[in-house]
Design a protein around this ligand. Structure first.
Ligand SMILES: Nc1ncnc2c1ncn2[C@@H]1O[C@H](COP(=O)(O)OP(=O)(O)OP(=O)(O)O)[C@@H](O)[C@H]1O
Length: 268
């Protein structure tokens, strides 16, 4: 079992070193993004941002071992990702991806209980401890009174909370979410991101998500990774602002970054 350490000798919960991500191609491999290096501690709430198609989802899926890295290293809780057996991985990292659900016919609690699968026996029988985790997860997202509703009865915002509850029921130190606020209005985007921030800080979980909500991520995240196809800077939002890293994120013809407000404005 190989272990990695950062320079402060504090173990990272999630670390990428010179990572390249992408897809197999007819000749070799198609690199989508490379030279990605960062480290997150337990309890860090962090976002991956960048323009459409830069590779945010591809990176997130690689960190969760849905697909393999093309080169470089990923380690979770100090262990190389490729050393994890399926069950160990399911106990370490939960994923909330953008794929539509196979069925919305499930009741809320039935969907959330799927998060307990790594822990239940082969017939999926729930023990008292499993039921407690499911109840805790539903309470954490504020859906304790909606547990028997069908998923098709839920709004997009409520559905997102159910998916977060499923990840919480999985009870992992790491959570990876792909665009958790898509289709939500501003109020509900902030509600979901504040919920995730609270989960991360109160439960000491490391949460990493992809987003186009750069202004909100600047306000709420402890760390951000900017995929820019060049240096892929990583750091605290205020450091990235000081280093003027957001200025070159988009072409400057119609929007520009305002470092005073930490948001983009339309160029007049
Ligand atoms: N399954 C796949 N096979 C081959 N190429 C893919 C696959 N999925 C995505 N890509 C390509 O990888 C590149 C990065 O896509 P990805 O979805 O990771 O970007 P993204 O930054 O998440 O984009 P967006 O912000 O639009 O969601 C794109 O060029 C895309 O076409």
């Amino acid at each position: 079992m190989s272990r990695t350490m950062n320079t402060e000798q504090k173990e990272f919960a999630l670390e990428a070193a010179q990572l390249a991500v992408g897809y197999p191609a007819k000749q070799g491999a198609r690199i989508v993004a490379d030279k990605i290096s960062f480290g997150l501690q337990a309890g860090d709430f962090a976002a991956i941002v960048g323009v459409n198609g830069i590779g945010k989802s591809t990176l997130l899926r690689t960190l969760g071992q849905v697909q393999s890295p093309l080169s470089g290293q990923v380690s979770l809780i100090g262990r190389n990702l490729d050393s994890f057996k399926n069950r160990e991985l399911a106990e370490t990292v939960s994923l909330v991806l953008t794929e539509p659900l196979a069925t919305k016919n499930l009741a809320v609690w039935e969907l959330v209980q799927l998060g307990r699968q790594p822990y239940t026996n082969w017939i999926g029988k729930l023990e008292a401890a499993d039921k407690e985790k499911i109840a805790e997860a539903l309470a954490m997202v504020g859906l304790q009174n909606s547990h028997s509703k069908k998923c098709y009865e839920l709004s997009d915002g409520q559905m997102q909370k159910v998916l977060i509850a499923r990840a919480l029921a999985q009870d992992t130190p790491l959570m990876l979410l792909d665009e958790p606020t898509t289709h939500l209005d501003l109020y509900h985007k902030v509600q979901i991101l504040k919920l995730l921030q609270r989960i991360s800080h109160e439960m000491k979980k490391t949460i990493l998500f992809t987003t186009h909500e750069i202004g909100l991520a600047i306000q709420l995240c402890d760390r951000m990774l900017i995929l820019d196809n060049q240096e892929n800077p990583f750091g605290a939002p205020c450091e990235l602002i000081e280093q003027k890293r957001f200025e070159s994120l988009f072409p400057g013809d119609i929007i520009s970054f305002d470092s005073q407000t930490g948001n983009f404005k339309i160029v007049s």
